[in-house]
Each structure stands twice: as C-alpha cells, then as structure tokens.
Design a protein around this ligand. Structure first.
Ligand code: BDR
Ligand code: CA
Length: 306
C-alpha cells in the first residue's frame, strides 16, 4: 500500500477526509502533521487525536506551526465551531501527541519513504513551507503533492478572490507551491461543482457505524450553518481532495502555471492561474477539472460505514 502523509487542521471536512484515508485499503497513513487554521493549534491537535481514537487507528500526530509564517490571520471557527469539532464537549483522547515538530517529521518521513510518499495538505501550508526552508531538497523525495486550496477563477470562500487555506498563510503557500515542479490542486470552485446531496449525506450518517455517529455529532452545527447558505449541497472540500489522493484515476486535471499573490490590496492570498499560458512559465498546477461524483460519494459513504 502507498504511504500517505497528511497535513491537516481538523476541522469538519478534514475529519471526513481523514476517515476516508484511514479506511482505504490502498494507502497507509504514516502520520498526521497538524497546522493551525480552522481553529488554533491546541484544538486541531486534540481533534486529530480524538478522530484517531474514534477510528481505532494509532497514527502518530505531530503538532506543527501555531501561527502563519508572517501575518496573523482569522480562523474559521464560525464554520467549524470554537473547538473546530462542533463544540460537543467530547472527552479528550487518551493518547498524547508526538514531541517531534510537524516540519521535522515531514522531512524524516520523506527520507524513510523516499520516492514513494504522497503528501496531501488539507489546511494552511505553513508546516510544509517551514520544512522546505529547512531542507529545499524535500520535493525530490515526494512522489505526489496534493493540495486542497485556492480559488482558480476568483470565486473563493473568504475575501472575494481567495480560499481559506491559501488566504490564511499566503507566504507559506507561495513558498510551497513554487518549490514543487508539479502538484495537484483541488480548488474551491472544484468543491462547488462536487457538492454532496445533503439528504443523502444525512442518511449515511443515520445508517453508518460509530464513525458516522461521531461525525453526525461534530458536524451538526456546521451542517445547520451550511443548510442556511448552500441549500441542498453539502460542501466537503478536504474530502474531495482526499478522493483525488486515494483514487486519482477518477479525476481529470488541467495543467497550468500558477502563482500565489502575497501582496495586493484586494488580492492577497489569491491563486493566479495563467489559463492562456501567456507567461511561458511551466504548467506546475494540475487543477482538478472534474472527479467522478459517484466514486466520490462512495468513498465518503464507506468512510462512515454506511
Ligand atoms: C478549506 O478551509 C477550511 O475551512 C476547510 O477545512 C478546508 O480545508 C476550504 O476552503
Ligand atoms: Ca482543512
């Protein structure tokens, strides 16, 4: 099975993505590197550990950066709850996090699985940027980088042209995305095109096992919040990115040059895609054009035991 390292800021959609990865026969999750993003680091670490406990897996959890590289940023607790997992007051997991920093763990695991490792980022890219500054040869050991982030036509979910993960730490995204010759990108507009049907999703939550029961509890607030705004579509960004990680043959990519805007008055954190290939820059970003919706649904559903 393929070794997979996940950098994440759990987070309601991160949680479903992690359950998908834990349950999939083709991959072995070798670690969870934790970022601040949706909420602060102490909560994202606690949430990752709790999710492992619920799923019955012993994957090591490496706490990473508690702030963006340069500028402070606002979290997304208004979507995910103050604790990032729906404020249900669950008991903390029994297991403690590792003492090794996420950026160092990323480097170490890249050596252990050199040439084999898939890395997916489901949150701000701060840990990866730090790892790259410590060791710029990291990309040569990574087989595949998949990124959930960006708004490739300006239809983001934070400030008008930006998506949360990139907007939270644009400098980190700039460092990371300019260091890799090729990476796959699941942008916010792809998420908008691949919503899950809300009533079907609720049926899976009812029909599934203990993972579904936990997920139903932590996602309740967010599902209510999103029902008011998005009607019948349940958008699960990180889960879509994970579908591409797990079963890439069901996705289609459109390769283009991409740059991250780190300055700009109205555009800081925007992902600027050279759709017409006028810049002569290399086609570094494989932007998700479409993913087989039935396959995405099947992966999400089976992660809940439904
Ligand atoms: C991304 O932002 C976060 O709130 C989600 O967890 C996801 O990673 C979507 O823009
Ligand atoms: Ca996330």
């Amino acid at each position: 099975s393929r070794p997979l390292l996940i950098d994440t800021d759990p987070g309601i959609d991160d949680a479903l993505a992690l359950l998908m990865a834990f349950g999939h026969p083709d991959v072995e999750v070798v670690g969870l590197c934790i970022a601040a993003g949706n909420v602060g680091l102490s909560n994202t670490v606690a949430n990752a550990l709790k999710l492992c406990e619920v799923a019955g897996v012993d994957v090591p959890v490496f706490p990473g950066c508690a702030t963006p590289l340069v500028h402070a940023a606002a979290d997304a607790s208004y979507v995910h709850g103050r604790d990032g997992f729906g404020d249900t007051g669950f008991l903390p997991a029994k297991r403690a996090p590792e003492s090794e920093h996420a950026a160092l763990a990323m480097l170490r695991l890249s050596h252990r699985h050199a040439g084999e490792l898939t890395l997916v980022t489901l949150g701000p890219m701060t840990n990866l940027a730090l790892a790259l500054r410590l060791d710029p040869t990291l990309p040569s050991r990574i087989k595949r980088l998949v990124v959930m982030g960006g708004a490739v036509t300006g239809q983001g979910n934070t400030l008008v042209p930006t998506e949360f993960n990139i907007g939270f730490d644009p400098e980190a995204a700039h460092v990371a995305l300019s260091a890799f010759e090729r990476y796959e990108l699941v942008d916010w507009e792809a998420v908008l095109r691949h919503g899950l049907d809300r009533s079907e999703f609720e049926q899976w939550l009812q029909a599934g096992d203990h993972r579904a029961a936990f997920y139903a509890a932590i996602s309740r607030q967010t599902r209510d919040w999103s029902a008011d705004r998005r009607g019948e579509r349940w958008l699960c960004a990180d889960a879509l990115a994970m579908a591409l990680v797990l079963e890439p043959s069901h996705g289609e990519l459109d390769w283009r040059p991409l740059q991250v805007e780190t300055a700009g008055h109205a555009t800081r954190g925007a992902t600027v895609v050279d759709w017409q290939r006028r810049s002569g820059r290399p086609d570094s970003a494989g932007i998700l054009a479409r993913y087989d919706q039935q396959r995405f649904e099947a992966l999400a559903r089976s992660a809940l035991g439904a």
